[in-house]
Design a protein around this ligand. Sequence first.
Ligand code: MN
Length: 305
Amino acid sequence: MRFGIHALALVPAFDTDQALVAVETAAKVGYDVLELPLFDPGAADLRTLRKALERAGLGVTCSLGLRFDQDLSAAGEPGRAGETLLGEVVDAAGELGAELVGGVIFSAMGKYAAPATEADRDRAAAALGRLARRARPSGVRLALEVVNRYESNLVNTVGDALELIERIGEPNVVVHLDSYHMHIEEPDMVRPVLAAGERLGYVHVGESNRGHLGTGQVRLAELFSGLELGGYDGIVTFEAFTRSRVSPELMGALALWRDTFADPVELAERALATMRSLSGAAADAGRACPGRLGSPPPGTPDGQD
Ligand code: MN
């Protein structure tokens, strides 16, 4: 398992200079991977960044959430704009040597007033199929982030993601789970990991208050037990956001109305120590008692609220 950190936990914006600070900080703290936000893939010099990432020995992932005027699941201009942007993002990810593009790349990232329709799902699946084929030569995978109901109407549970992936029908599309969203929508932290199985391609770890790991209500130990039980050996990336260190657009999209941390280096150090400790404990428990590790708590049947 490799540990990553989202660049916007470390720096307030994505441009060449800020991204280089994030590269340096992530490597210095001891992370293996840096996640770069590609809301605007032209905002930074990708060749400079790739060299810096390679020098620092960091792997790279990319992510974004689409705006409503880039809603891939929508008919007409928003759908076309979303596909155009994601095409540029996929190409940029290839130039960066990124392993995947994750996030809310199937719909807008925001609160909808109505549920997604079959036509919305079909449009998103068709476009993601074309994007997945575009991404394939560079080895970039598309990771569909399962997010809570206030941030999309299309993929809110692991079941939604698996259904959409089935509809897309391309091998380089994977499930992206995030503990912050799982905490809201899933029955527990283990079942979604096991349900995704081999299709689990990326994991975000975030606290219920979006701040320091361990200061909220997310059952982190249970998540790491689930990852151990499911045999997940990919990247686990820490995500945190605070009001005064993001753009106004992201503040609004993620409803960041208060500050949850002040010192990004301390934030990153504490999160990495927590993740290493929980991952180690889950592995130890798995070795000691493999049959019982991460058994889902009784009660809620699969796939029901
Ligand atoms: Mn996330």
